[in-house]
Design a protein around this ligand. Structure first.
Ligand code: ZN
Length: 148
């Protein structure tokens, strides 16, 4: 299950920081309906960690995933295009959760296709690393609109 440790551009120490923050970010979750917390950590090339968590709503469709929460925070704090890695962690101990389809597309807007995405289980003892290209093949992105 574990591959390419640590991902390109990260030291072992960076990877530990990434994991700790992806797990810690779950504490920021507002998830009274699903009671399933998800945390996300975007690590910038300067090794800053931007955290996000899922935020639910009584009108279910108004909820937002942890990844998009972190993306909005990153973009609005001047970190739209300097991501080194993105990691997520869910409450499940057996499963390494992966980003939903909408979040994969949202990541595509701001990251290169080589961006490593690290998917941790609940305590960080298991993980899967895939590139954005692997999670979203044949994707549509900003460059496709510029080819007109
Ligand atoms: Zn999502």
């Amino acid at each position: 299950m574990q591959t390419n440790l640590p991902p390109p551009g990260l030291t072992e120490c960076d990877f530990q920081l990434l994991k700790d923050n992806a797990i810690k970010a779950r504490e920021l979750s507002y998830s009274p309906y699903s009671t399933f917390r998800v945390g996300c950590c975007i690590m910038t090339k300067a090794k800053a960690c931007i955290l996000g968590a899922n935020v639910e709503n009584a009108s279910y469709g108004a909820g937002i995933c942890a990844e998009r929460t972190a993306i909005v925070k990153a973009v609005t704090s001047g970190h739209a295009n300097d991501w080194l890695c993105l990691a997520i962690s869910g409450d499940a101990l057996e499963t390494c959760i992966s980003p939903c389809g909408i979040c994969r597309q949202a990541i595509r807007e701001f990251a290169s296709l080589e961006l490593p995405i690290v998917m941790f289980n609940g305590d960080g003892s298991k993980f899967i690393i895939k590139s954005l290209q692997e999670l979203l093949p044949l994707s549509f992105g900003p460059d496709d609109l510029r080819e007109n």
